[in-house]
Design a protein around this ligand. Structure first.
Ligand SMILES: [Mn+2]
Length: 324
């Protein structure tokens, strides 16, 4: 048997119109740098790559204050008020775009970007029907009470599930945004005990790096398939620190045991082939740490794969002539 999931021309995506939202936020992490990522994505032709795959693109920037401009308050959640302010803006833009039948692509910024954009998508589509595929070395499921680092980019996923404080839970609308069975966490290698306990108590589907090493990717493709059967719309939140540091050095916390190129390509292509992807966020890219822009280039490639396309010029050319 030959199993081939091509990254081109197989896609469940319903729209060819993309709304790109650039969110240069760095307030959720202790280190700066993620605010520089949108500029590098633009410089390296992210929009042109999407257009090369037959999408139309419309882009918008959200203005984000940086940590030097603000006081790091309160101590258990520094900068949370501004993070919520930015999240409300990205949520409103996302909700409108999805209502207009656009696919949303959010480029961070640190991972708090996901709080706003997923809240907007869930508010547009309903929390019963939306699933979240969350690819990250970390859990991001702490609460202000459980967090030891106090960084908000480790708390927003808990908030989407209804844990933590009301101000984060109620972004966009006062409602829990994500059912725990509609979350699929992929690529964990660094979880806190609170997160492990929460994932167990809520039966959150997850597939860690160790699961991949022990059992391969076949069980994961079944989990993605099952999620796509339960949830009619899928959002993908993609933290570049899930990828091995040899391929993705330009992140805040480089990962010495992260996903390989083959693994991440197969996961992205399978998601595009099986899921009605309504939006993605690509986050935690830290250009000052990058080497020859390779993390951004990989980010562009994976984001394009998740939408059923290819960043390879030859593939785009072949697609175009076979479509003509
Ligand atoms: Mn993360």
């Amino acid at each position: 048997m030959i199993t081939i999931v091509q990254s081109v021309r197989i896609s469940q995506i319903m729209s060819k119109n993309i709304k790109i939202i650039y969110v240069p936020i760095e307030l959720g992490a202790k280190y700066g740098g993620t605010d520089k990522a949108p500029g590098v994505f633009k410089k390296l032709g992210f929009e042109q790559t999407l257009q090369g795959n037959g999408f139309t693109t419309e882009a918008q920037d959200i203005e984000c204050k940086i940590s030097n401009d603000l006081q790091p308050e309160p101590v258990d959640r520094p900068y949370v008020a501004e993070i919520i302010n930015i999240s409300e803006q990205s949520a409103a833009l996302t909700k409108q775009a999805i209502s207009d039948n656009q696919i949303v692509v959010a480029v961070g910024g640190d991972h708090t970007v996901d709080l706003g954009v997923f809240s907007g998508a869930s508010s547009a589509l309903g929390s019963e029907d939306i699933g979240l595929i969350y690819i990250d070395a970390h859990g991001d499921m702490n609460t202000p009470a459980s967090s030891t680092s106090h960084n908000v980019h480790g708390m927003h996923l808990a908030a989407l599930l209804g844990h933590g404080t009301d101000d984060m839970i109620n972004v966009c609308q006062p409602k829990v945004k994500l059912k725990s069975e509609n979350l699929l966490h992929i690529g964990a290698s660094d979880l806190d005990q609170f997160e492990v306990d929460l994932m167990k108590s809520e039966n959150i589907p997850n597939y860690s790096v160790n699961d991949i090493l022990m059992n391969g990717l076949a069980p994961l493709t079944k989990m993605i398939y099952d999620l796509a059967s339960r949830a009619s719309s899928i959002w993908v939140s993609f933290d570049l620190d899930s990828i091995d540091q040899t391929l993705a050095p330009g992140v805040g916390i480089p990962n010495p045991g992260g996903l390989t190129y083959r693994e991440i390509r197969l996961i992205a292509s399978y998601v595009a082939a099986r899921c009605n992807v309504v939006g993605i966020d690509i986050v935690e890219c830290n250009p000052p740490q990058d080497v020859d822009d390779k993390t951004v280039k990989l980010g562009i490639e994976i984001a394009t794969n998740l939408l059923g396309g290819s960043s390879n010029q030859y593939s785009q050319y072949m697609n175009k002539i076979s479509a003509d």
